[in-house]
Design a protein around this ligand. Structure first.
Ligand code: BDR
Ligand code: CA
Length: 314
């Protein structure tokens, strides 16, 4: 029997975030306790509305969605409409959501959920800047040992950065929050650009989603057609990286992934390299290991997994 997970998804949709949410909602091994919105790819008003659009597309209007931080802990918000489009979900047109946004703040929901559930039973899946998690840790540090683990899309070592030469977007936007998370002693798994750049949205893979012939398949294909154009131009590849669904796929099939347990420290001081994940992949320091740094994925199996799971949506 596949293991089951109680998860909170913290996210800033984003086309790849949207596909990660669909994958989670399609998977019976995952019990989605709630989805929390953070400002990132686009401002908060759009991210919480985009989450609800995706839940409704998935036929899951009962999922609890919470709005969180509208800006990083200490810095000005940097957004990525240049990648994701003005709405964050450009490519497919979805109706305005009718399901409610919860009144509770995302940070309080995260704290309350972790403290009220059995010890080490909750997994945090973070697909955006780590602001909500950083704020939760600052407000209630006692949540750290209560978490099972946290699976983070963010950072890069061998692939460098995608916002600056060394910094990846999710860490760059709120390095102060990321530092709190990486220093908190929580078991961490990181999906950096090193692995997501090995999972490209090739023409054949997008066509397979379109061939599902469903509303979900059509939306996914249209999102990816839009989303990939930026990275295709930048990297000269057939398709762009599909980042965030790796977080969910890892929980479903960890055997598709390979990585190394290492030390990761977040740079917050240097103007030149702020937001860099200083990843000690070769163990050249004696700093304590705090994260599993994933570098490899069986990319065909990853896309097959998403395709098969999305078939559940009729
Ligand atoms: C990350 O930044 C966003 O653009 C994507 O949604 C992903 O979470 C990749 O750097
Ligand atoms: Ca994201």
């Amino acid at each position: 029997m596949a293991s089951t997970h109680d998860i909170i998804i913290d996210t800033d949709p984003g086309q790849d975030d949207a596909i990660a949410i669909l994958l989670a909602l399609a998977s019976t091994e995952l019990n989605v306790l709630g989805i929390t919105a953070v400002a990132g790819n686009v401002p908060l008003e759009l991210t919480h509305s985009n989450i609800r659009k995706v839940c409704e597309l998935a036929g899951s209007p009962d999922i609890k969605v919470y709005a969180g931080a509208d800006k990083p802990m200490k810095r000005t918000l940097f957004t990525a409409e240049y990648v994701h489009g003005e709405t964050g979900l450009n490519g497919a047109q979805l109706p305005e959501p009718t399901m409610p946004l919860q009144e509770q703040h995302a940070v309080d929901f995260i704290i309350e959920t972790i403290l009220s559930r059995p010890d080490q039973s909750v997994t945090l899946c973070t697909l955006g800047p780590l602001t909500n998690i950083g704020l939760a840790l600052a407000k209630a540090p006692e949540i750290a040992p209560r978490l099972k683990n946290i699976v983070i899309m963010g950072g890069g070592l061998f692939e460098g950065g995608n916002v600056t030469p060394t910094a990846e977007f999710n860490i760059y936007v709120d390095p102060d929050a990321a530092k709190l998370v990486f220093d908190a002693g929580i078991p961490i798994v990181v999906m950096p650009l090193d692995v997501t750049h090995k999972a490209l949205t090739t023409t054949a893979r997008i066509d397979a989603f379109r061939s599902l012939g469903t509303k979900v398949g059509k939306a996914v294909a249209e999102w990816l057609d839009f989303f990939e154009r930026f990275d295709e131009e930048k990297y000269g590849t057939d398709g762009g990286p599909l980042h965030d669904p790796n977080v969910i796929a890892y929980l479903l099939k960890p055997e598709l992934y390979a990585g190394r347990h290492i030390n990761v420290v977040i740079e917050t001081q240097s103007d030149l390299t702020v937001g860099t994940t200083v990843a000690d992949y070769w163990h050249v320091t004696d700093r304590a290991k705090n994260a599993v740094w994933i570098t490899d994925v069986d990319d065909d199996a990853f896309y097959q997994l998403i395709l098969e799971r999305l078939e559940v949506f009729k």
